[in-house]
Design a protein around this ligand. Structure first.
Ligand code: KIV
Length: 262
């Protein structure tokens, strides 16, 4: 594994891993180097494109956004999400990952799935493509974000996910992303695995954390999941700035002599 990648994923039990999403060049310039990993998530479907799920992001859309993000990221690692695939097909999955990886120059891929990913991860490992497996709440399984369900409400869930986590680790995954699950499950997986767990809505017991940037900056206002902490209310700040701009245009306060070419 490349040195830079190893230094991030070797942090388990030493230091927490920090991650955020980005879909654009400009935003990446701002957060590059502040977090360990930048994810070009298919959450862009909801956050950027106003869709009600993540399923309609195409490989070409992912390539466009991931390329822009990777171009701006000089320090943080960049992972892309493998967009939704209607029917599970190992060969097709590997071909798609290889294509996006090659065209974007990203450092790795995140794939939603369970033990069915074993062969895919093994093969991608041989091709030097690091994989983060995404377990628990898997948004691509839902046609509407309104139906998202926290993982772990059934008794069998714990054994199943523990078993899957070990299998994915043994197949060569570099990390496990744990989304929307009961705390005891995330804690147990984190304790028994050697690779880091990155949580979102999966408690402080994970080895690292990720949030959608628009959520934590208070820019996405359609709904507010319990696990999101808003570190800023950017939508209010933007509204305030835009109102001021409009008022100043109206009162001919902007532009003025400081902003013109005489
Ligand atoms: O698509 C995404 O941004 C994600 C994060 C929510 C983990 O999968």
């Amino acid at each position: 594994m490349e040195k830079k990648i190893k230094s991030v994923f070797d942090k388990k039990n030493k230091r927490k891993i920090s991650c955020l999403t980005s879909y654009s060049y400009n935003f990446t310039k701002i957060i590059d180097g502040l977090v360990d990993i930048i994810l070009v998530g298919d959450s862009m479907g909801m956050v950027l494109y106003g869709m009600d799920n993540t399923r309609n992001i195409t490989d070409q859309m992912m390539i466009n956004h991931a390329k822009a993000v990777k171009k701006a990221a000089e320090k943080s690692l960049v992972f892309f999400d493998l967009p939704f695939q209607k029917k599970f097909d190992e060969k097709e999955m590997i071909t798609r990952v290889k294509n996006i990886f090659k065209k974007t120059g990203c450092d790795g891929v995140k794939i939603e799935g369970n033990a069915e990913l074993i062969n895919v991860i093994q093969k991608l490992k041989k091709l030097n493509i690091p994989v983060m497996a995404h377990l628990g709440l898997q948004p691509q399984k839902f046609t509407s974000s309104k139906n998202f369900k926290i993982y772990g409400k059934n008794k069998k869930d714990l054994d199943k996910i523990i078993d899957d986590s070990i299998k994915l680790q043994n197949s060569g995954a570099v990390a496990l992303l744990l989304e929307g699950m009961k705390t005891n499950i995330a804690k147990k997986i984190t304790e028994i695995t050697k690779i880091p767990t990155i949580g979102i809505g999966a408690s402080e017991f994970c080895d690292g954390q990720i949030l959608v940037s628009e959520d934590m900056l208070g820019m996405f206002t359609e709904y507010h999941p319990k696990f999101v902490k808003k570190y800023l209310n950017l939508s209010d700040k933007i509204k305030h700035a835009v109102k001021k701009y409009v008022t100043e245009i109206d009162r001919v306060k902007f532009p003025n002599k400081n902003f013109r070419y005489d």
